[in-house]
Design a protein around this ligand. Structure first.
Ligand code: FES
Ligand SMILES: [Fe+2]
Length: 427
């Protein structure tokens, strides 16, 4: 295997413990290096198993900029193949999703089954006996691994395992999925996508930025609290919540202390009393009264997994870079298997009420990213300040993960993301 070219960029200079350079968001050479070192090498989230529930089902995605197909074969095994014909490189599948037992390249008709094997070559007499179809199956992602239905892939044959990469974030995925009375989430309600003219890292950092909600999203926060709780106690200086660096670029806004103080979720569940009773009963049947109560009081965790997966409230979001200054974020509402219909309907509508084109929250963030990207063109002083709460964060021994905890409005989370980024980019 060819060795990686030595980087021309001094990442230790650009990323310091209390400041980073704006260059990290617009330099095309840095973006190209990120593709090689992060997107085409690290574990990247690709799809959820419930998106391909039946034999023949498939979805197409990208890992970094590389097109892939996730398919389920007739034996119900999931395959992750590169969407690139082995003849001359055409993509063999053009749809976002569908059901097919074969992928036929439109160019010269080479045909692959949904396991990726080459099964048909037109005018086969043009190839002699040395041509063996077995050698021309679609390329597979070297490593694929799943946790609670979430499929991750790495385009590198070696490196840390998915378990090692997820670390304490694995338990947070469990917390998200355990809200289902059957212990499973389903991703079958389509996707809400938005694009912005800005670098992909802004969406990742913003997802665990507890400093901005009361300010950038002031109107939305006031509306969602409905005067029930004091905004300051949730996302303000008076909040008892934590910002946590979980290691490996994973980070969390831990709202548990706020939830328990208010005796449950801060934003009241938007479903009827009857539905609540039914849901609680289903949860107790599965988990027992004590554990069910704990799961319900905790609510959905708020965290991100480097480089492209974010969990907030009812959905997970996936970051897809398009170019150095262009990104798409996909919102997948996750339905709770076994939960009352009304709850899943709410989860779905909340996704577009909050994040749709006229939503309460996402349009603010998108505007902020694009203004950032314009601001980065001003280069007399390129430093961005990342020191908020540096003096008051502590080693976080809860759960023994050895992470770092700060006040919820502190930049502990972003510093964690950048620490991992620098480690990967200087490897
Ligand atoms: S490029 Fe696919 S068959 Fe020729
Ligand atoms: Fe935001």
């Amino acid at each position: 295997m060819a060795s990686m070219p030595t980087s021309q960029v001094n990442y230790r200079e650009l990323i310091q413990s209390d400041r980073i350079s704006g260059r990290l968001y617009y330099d095309a050479a840095i973006f190209a290096e990120e593709l090689e070192k992060i997107w085409h090498r690290e574990w990247v989230y690709v799809a959820h198993e419930s998106e391909v529930p039946e034999p023949g089902d498939y979805v197409t995605r990208q890992i970094g900029l590389q097109p892939v197909i996730v398919s389920r074969d007739e034996d119900r095994h999931v395959h992750l193949m590169l969407n690139r014909c082995m003849h001359r490189g055409n993509t063999v599948c053009q749809s976002d999703r569908g059901n097919s037992h074969a992928f036929r390249c439109a160019y010269h008709g080479w045909t692959y089954d949904n396991r990726g094997a080459l099964v048909g070559v037109p005018y086969a007499a043009g190839y002699d006996a040395s041509f063996r179809k077995q050698e021309f199956g679609l390329a597979k992602a070297p490593r694929v691994s799943a946790h609670r239905g979430l499929i991750f892939a790495s385009l590198s044959a070696s490196g840390p395992t998915l378990d090692e990469h997820l670390g304490p974030a694995k338990r947070l995925i469990d917390q998200f999925v355990d809200l289902s009375p059957e212990g499973e989430v389903e991703v079958r309600s389509g996707v809400l996508k938005h694009s912005y003219k800005g670098n992909w890292k802004m969406a990742l950092e913003n997802s665990v930025d507890g400093y901005h909600p009361n300010i950038l999203h002031h109107a939305a926060m006031a509306m969602m609290m409905k005067g029930k709780n004091d905004m300051e106690s949730v996302f303000g200086e008076g909040s008892e919540a934590y910002a946590r660096d979980l290691g490996n670029g994973a980070a969390q806004l831990d709202l548990n202390p706020v939830h328990s103080k208010h005796g449950g979720r801060v934003v009241a569940p938007a479903w009827s009393k009857e539905t609540d009773v039914e849901y609680r009963a289903a949860m107790e049947r599965r988990y027992g009264a004590e554990r069910a109560e704990k799961i319900l009081a905790g609510g959905p965790p708020h965290f991100c997994i480097f480089p492209n997966l974010i969990f907030i409230l009812n959905q997970f979001r996936v970051i897809q870079p398009i170019g150095v200054e262009e990104t798409v974020v996909c919102y997948y509402p996750a339905l709770l298997k076994g939960a009352p219909e009304e709850i899943n309907r709410r989860r779905l509508t909340e996704t577009y009420l909050i994040h749709g084109p006229a939503g309460r929250v996402a349009p603010d963030d998108i505007e902020a990213y694009e203004r950032n990207q314009v601001g980065f063109r001003a280069r007399v002083n390129e430093w961005l300040v990342l020191r908020r709460g540096l003096h008051r964060e502590v080693k976080d021994d809860r759960g023994g993960n050895g992470g770092i905890a700060g006040h919820e409005t502190d930049e502990t989370t972003q510093r964690g993301i950048w620490r991992h980024y620098r480690e990967v980019m200087t490897r």
